[in-house]
Design a binder for this molecule. Sequence first.
Ligand code: GLN
Length: 488
Amino acid sequence: MAGLDWDAVEMARRVQSGEVSALELVDASLERIAAVDSNIGAFLYVDDVGARQSARRLDSELTRDQKKSLPLAGVPVAIKDNLVTRQMPTTAASKMLQGFMSPYDATVVERLLAAGAIPVGKVNLDEFAMGSSTEHSAYQVTRNPWDISRVPGGSSGGSAAAVAAGMVPLALGSDTGGSIRTPASYCGVFGMKPTYGRVSRYGLIAFASSLDQVGPFSRTVRDAALLLHVISGRDPHDATSVDVSSTAPTVVVADPTQMRIGLPEEYFGDGIDPNVRTQVDAALETLKGLGATLVPISLPHTRYAIATYYLIANAEASSNLSRYDGVRYGFRETAPDLIQMYSRTRSQGFGDEVQRRILLGTHALSAGYYDAYYLKAQKVRTLIRRDFDQAFESVDLIVTPTVPDLPFKFGERALDPLQMYLTDIFTVTTNLAGLPGLSQPIGLADGLPVGLQWIAPALEEERILGMASALEAVLPVPSWPMQGGLSR
Ligand code: GLN
């Protein structure tokens, strides 16, 4: 099995036609995990027994016609460990949930299973998805497959690394302020945050409920489109899921000559690594060559985005995380009385970054400061959304660099929270505005991947996929990492 040429659409087709068995695919994925994951550290849990069992069942119990009705027949998938699963433990990379077994599957997991996909394991993240490098996991470090001395980005670093290193063709992640797009950019794969409400959040462990979305990681645009199709659509379990049908399973390649693409000046200023700038400029030239019209635009409230995001996200997080009290879930520290039990459980069970966020969030929500911080942030959020509304009156799509720089080394930002927060400067705005965003790999600088971010109006994921596909067709495909080995 040519494990390195993972292509989910092709794999499902071969399983449907009987050219290959689901078990062969799952075995290839598990072999690849066994061969490389000791160096990468993407997986927190590998369900080899369960995955093989599901594959055998699919192979032996389904007729050809039944297989044909499964869009992801036999395709191995990795799941970020903040999505609850009945068959595998769910930890959110926190000591607080060590050994936690969910009594139900997240809606997105149910939909994967119904589509014939085979979850092979749960992958690493920053604790409760709080971070940009996956260094805040309570359990292990995940390394960037392109250079193992560097971070894979975060918080969905495990999902991005698992796809980039050829362990699975597809993975699910979650994005609250960039957690799909940042690691996709750093690991050289596609990663999409859908429109808020496009995908159900039922069974996604809540970080900031007004910003969280689940989305796909893949190595091609058409694989991203297929996975998005499978997981999207209305879910009665999530009142914020939008009542529109799923996105299309296949990509309709867009005609670039019909596209007006906005370049926001605030995303192309100082502070961008010149290596990133060069790659992004080259991609823009390519788009122009395809006939797209590039239009300078302005999103003037961008400068307030990081402050606004960290006020709102942390306020919501402090409320969401109050449920981890030592009584209802997982970890509990013993103590002579109830108050001490709460306090010891929460100071032992949560890592430093999570505690920092709870402190910041409760402060922003406290009686004396609510108006000055939280309410003000909500007002600025509206202004940021209006910037986009206005821009989309004159352009069809917006492009920006996904991240201002290249993947950094371990430890470089872990001790400086503000530096870490600034990694998300180009991604948080779409979460605040509820819009869809995709990071597309556009090439290498110094041997490290660079990503281009596409942003569209709400529910226009297909427009993004169509243009990303037009660009993908003419960009030289970077040779995948780890074919020749792991060191650097
Ligand atoms: N890095 C951002 C944060 O730490 C975004 C995280 C995310 O999208 N889950 O909050």
